[in-house]
Design a protein around this ligand. Structure first.
Ligand SMILES: *Cc1c(COP(=O)(O)O)cnc(C)c1O
Length: 399
């Protein structure tokens, strides 16, 4: 199918004329109409759409409460605030995640205690979590990396044994399930992001789901400066008076974003199926390529496939991951790397004394992983282009 001299990186013609991104939002006319209606209404923010979005979302994930905020990062921060994380508190966080997961702990002056991942799934390793628990541990945050729900049975039993709350960073996994139970109902607090590349989008946005009504009330105040009364309560009391009870933020999501969120949410079931379909096509195509190992998927989970991550076996190649990355990019295939382990970021090295060598599984995986394009709007031709480009680059670099 391709001779050795033909890769685009070295002057051949690329598989695609136009670039295929690694992820992309799907926004249709129905979404646009929903947003337009709100823009023409009386309420641009903190109007009726916020309750509507929260109720629809809570219902979708089978949880009592959902609290909308303006990013996944704000949602993580609100979760840490609800748990009253403060100076000297430790929170266990996987190092294989986006930096915001750990940053939210630092926002509250807590200390993220990093934990390594399982080599085949890159999910938080429950056995290693147990070893890190001290008297100062105030929460565990798990991350459904790539969209695969973690081992919640194991995490729940550790959390319960030590009476520590479990927070799920589910920014990747909306639409997934664990033993039949929806993501969003698996931990004490469950966090979502609606950034443009995430399973659904509001441009920027986030949500926290919980069965704890008190936590929900605290987080609704937190997103509004921790002001004690809302507009309606003041109206009912015939008063303009309000007080700020604590340090809060403006983390409010607008009504037109909520309208987009409601419209997007209804598509999650079909979009998840499409993502799974694409992943299955990739899995089959790569079965006989010794250089590529897709991440393992555990029994009993429905994987939401926010990302399709493979490990490269560079022993059978004359190239590094970085060479493969450049070569696929040159073919106009938008690849990415998720993630640089958080403990390796200069901020954490400087302020939390983390070092290379501390989390060998994540560090080794980081050198091998590459994320291939996956999103609900990808056509079968797009999927074929990715497979063709991977095979072309593989044939060029195989030993
Ligand atoms: C995207 C993401 C976040 C942050 O969400 P934003 O909406 O971008 O603030 C947090 N954790 C993980 C795992 C993410 O992928």
């Amino acid at each position: 199918m391709s001779d050795k001299s033909s890769i685009a990186l070295h002057g051949g013609s690329p598989i695609r004329k136009t670039r295929l991104p690694y992820s992309r939002q799907s926004v249709n006319d129905g979404d646009i109409q929903a947003v337009t209606e709100v823009l023409k209404s009386d309420w641009l923010t903190t109007g009726p759409k916020i309750n509507e979005f929260e109720e629809a979302f809570a219902f979708f994930v089978s949880e009592k409460e959902a609290v909308a905020v303006n990013s996944g990062t704000a949602a993580l921060h609100a979760a840490m605030f609800a748990l009253q994380i403060t100076d000297g508190d430790e929170v266990i966080v996987p190092t294989m995640t986006f930096a915001a997961t750990a940053n939210a702990v630092v926002f509250q002056n807590g200390t993220p205690v990093f934990v390594d991942c399982e080599p085949d799934t890159l999910l938080i390793d429950p056995e290693k979590v147990e070893d890190l628990i001290t008297k100062k541990t105030k929460a565990i945050i798990s991350v459904d990396y790539a969209g695969q729900p973690c081992n919640y049975d194991a995490l729940r039993s550790i959390a319960d044994r030590h009476s520590i709350p479990l927070v799920s960073d589910a920014c990747h996994s909306l639409g997934g399930t664990y033993k039949g139970q929806p993501v969003g109902s698996l931990a004490d607090l469950n966090v979502f992001s609606f950034h443009a590349v995430k399973p659904i989008t509001t441009g920027e946005g986030g949500m926290i789901t919980t069965n704890n009504v008190h936590f929900a009330q605290v987080m609704r105040k937190f997103r509004n400066h921790c002001i004690t009364s809302d507009h309606r309560e003041r109206h009912n009391a015939g008063s303009w008076f309000y007080e700020m009870s604590n340090l809060g933020y403006n983390y409010r999501l607008t009504d037109f974003q909520c309208a987009l969120g409601i419209s997007q949410l209804s598509k999650v079931p079909t979009w998840t199926v499409r993502r799974q379909e694409i992943a299955n096509i990739y899995n089959t195509a790569f079965e006989n390529i010794d250089a590529i190992t897709p991440l393992a998927v555990r029994k009993g989970v429905s994987h939401a496939y926010h990302l399709y991550v493979v490990k490269l076996n560079t022993n059978v190649l004359t190239a590094t991951r970085d060479d493969i990355f450049k070569a696929l990019n040159a073919e106009n295939i938008g690849v990415n790397v998720h993630y640089i382990p958080v403990h390796l970021h200069p901020f954490y090295r400087e302020h939390f004394d983390t070092k290379q060598g501390m989390f060998p599984v994540a560090e080794t995986a980081y050198e091998q992983i590459i994320s291939l394009p996956i999103f609900s709007g990808m056509s079968d031709d797009d999927v074929s282009d990715v497979i063709e480009a991977v095979k072309k680059v593989y044939n060029y670099y195989r030993k």
